[in-house]
Design a protein around this ligand. Structure first.
Ligand code: ADP
Ligand code: MG
Length: 257
């Protein structure tokens, strides 16, 4: 199905990954023996109906949560039985996160929010600051804006700052869970353009979305339902026409019914 070159490295592999939640007496199998790979450089999109387990899968892939059964290998290392501490350290240096809610701390400047995350991994304050400045410039936030509290930014600006925070430790994978869920159409486009740009520069991205317009940014689409990957679409990279990509994606979703 996929045209990805054989050489493209697998950054994450899951083996029979299962996640079960117990609610008063009943068991819910949210992820049911999933085997999937995330390849280096890909912009992988996870779609599926609400409650399908998209966020649960993202948390398992990124070490935010542990599988009930099965394993998650990150760069060939099984992270599924790491202790909490080890998992937290692993996440800081290998994973970046962008959520629907921005979660910047209001009491600090936007720059300090990013610096705080950078300094969890590096002691080189000057180096972290320079990298933050470069990233803020890339996302189009001025120095004046980064000195303000996050409360002073618009929703789209705050999400761009959150992307900077997600990238500050040069993560192997940037995970995004409905990153445009709170944004209007125009600011969504800007955030999606930014993710496309970062991916084109080599950043591996895994994004959850139920929105076709957002999903068309990915080169590989996984459709999750009933605990399984029900369909996979290779959208490739060579077709820059968003409307054509969206049409192909809509056709794929129609076929899944
Ligand atoms: P999606 O992101 O696709 O909308 P989620 O991964 O958030 O779906 O949730 C999938 C299912 O798992 C839902 O039915 C949800 O209620 C359940 N679930 C998710 N997290 C928990 C949890 N921490 N405890 C119990 N049930 C959960
Ligand atoms: Mg979700």
């Amino acid at each position: 199905m996929s045209n990805a070159p054989e050489s493209s490295r697998r950054v994450i592999s899951t083996h029979s990954l299962s996640k079960t939640f117990s609610h008063t007496g009943t068991q819910q199998n949210v992820l049911d023996r999933l085997d999937l790979d995330i390849r280096e450089g890909d912009f992988t999109v996870i779609m599926g109906p609400s409650g399908a387990g998209k966020s649960t899968l993202l948390y398992a892939l990124s070490g935010m949560d542990r599988p009930t059964l099965g394993t998650v290998e990150f760069d060939g290392t099984d992270i599924s039985d790491y202790s909490e501490d080890r998992l937290a350290r692993f996440r800081r240096s290998h994973c970046g996160f962008v959520f629907q809610q921005v979660y910047l701390l209001d009491a600090m400047s936007v720059m300090d929010n990013v610096m705080a995350v950078g300094l969890l991994v590096s002691h080189d304050r000057g180096g972290v600051r320079r990298r933050a400045e470069e990233l803020f410039e890339m996302v189009g936030l001025s120095q004046a804006q980064t000195r303000k509290s996050a409360t002073m930014l618009s929703g789209g600006e705050a999400q761009r700052a959150a992307i900077v925070r997600g990238l500050i430790n040069a993560p192997d994978v940037l995970f995004a869970d409905e990153p445009t869920g709170q944004l209007n159409s125009e600011t969504s486009t800007r955030v999606l353009d930014l993710l496309s740009q970062v991916n084109a520069a080599g950043q591996t991205i895994v994004m959850v979305t139920h929105d076709v317009r957002s999903a068309a940014r990915g080169n590989r689409i996984l459709y999750l339902r009933d605990g399984h990957v029900q369909g996979e679409l290779d959208l490739g990279r060579d077709d820059p026409g968003w409307s054509h990509r969206q049409q192909r994606l809509a056709g794929f979703l129609d076929e899944l019914g």
